[in-house]
Design a protein around this ligand. Structure first.
Ligand code: PGA
Length: 245
């Protein structure tokens, strides 16, 4: 399976970042075996597209509806028109801060897919849930209620992002990641049958150049969703290189 490495810039980046985007796009060309994307603020789609080459420009969220009185939101068609080819849905920061439910996330995923976007659907447990032994059941439930049943594995990837590992520098152990990714694959089999093997399952949460080789060599880890370490080419390109090994 081709690996997918996507940077999530969150609310970071400006026109001054175009040189970083250029350098990251160049790495995408240097490692043609890896699919490389950047989920950018919408303000950067158009200027970044001019620098993108094969880089997949992505959004960090999408509204479920095609149009209407939804102040501040962007539809899937708007994202496509602005140059995005991918969108993240269900990131834990949005689930927590915007109160998004599994049903909301599923509706957003369906809207993205219907518009022709690639979708990265995020799932992951809190520290309290992990300590209570509930990590796998929480993630299985998120998948059950947020994955569109007929999703095409070529268009949708899952990102397992333990919430306690996001932006904290605390990366999940390779053993925990392997166990969770196997559990996700098993749940996908239950939900989608033989298509399950074809979905890319990414890991996210404090991925760095140092830990990427170990994580990306783990069974059932088909790529990474990278926050802080994707903001500069110096930190992000070695992660792309690790995915090419
Ligand atoms: P991080 O963020 O790599 O900074 O932990 C990951 C994410 O939120 O997708």
């Amino acid at each position: 399976m081709r690996k997918l490495i996507v940077g999530n810039w969150k609310m970071n980046g400006s026109l001054a970042s175009l040189a970083e985007i250029d350098a990251i796009a160049q790495a995408g060309q240097d490692y043609p075996k890896v699919d490389v994307g950047l989920a950018l603020p919408a303000t950067l789609f158009a200027p970044a597209a001019a620098h993108a080459g094969g880089l997949i420009i992505g959004a960090q969220d999408v509204h479920a509806r095609p149009s209407g009185a939804f102040t501040g939101s962007l539809s899937a068609a708007m994202l496509c028109e602005a140059g995005a080819r991918l969108t993240i849905v269900g990131h834990s920061e949005r689930r927590a801060m915007q109160g998004e439910t599994d049903a909301d996330v599923q509706a957003k995923a369906m809207a993205g897919l219907a518009a022709g976007l690639h979708v990265i659907l995020c799932v992951g447990e809190t520290l309290a849930e992990r300590e209570a032994g509930l990590a796998e059941s929480v993630v299985a439930s998120q998948l059950e209620f947020s994955l569109p049943g007929d999703a095409d594995p070529a268009k949708l990837a899952i990102a397992y992002e333990p919430i306690w590992a996001i932006g904290t520098g605390k990366v999940a152990s390779v053993a925990d990641v392997a166990a969770m990714h196997a559990a996700i694959r098993a749940k996908l089999a239950e939900l989608t049958g033989p298509r399950a093997a074809q979905f890319r399952v990414l890991y996210g949460g404090s991925v760095t150049a140092d830990n990427a080789p170990g994580l990306l060599a783990t069974a059932d880890v088909d790529g990474a969703l990278v926050g802080g370490a994707s903001l500069t080419a110096a930190n992000f390109v070695p992660i792309i290189a690790a995915a090419a090994l």
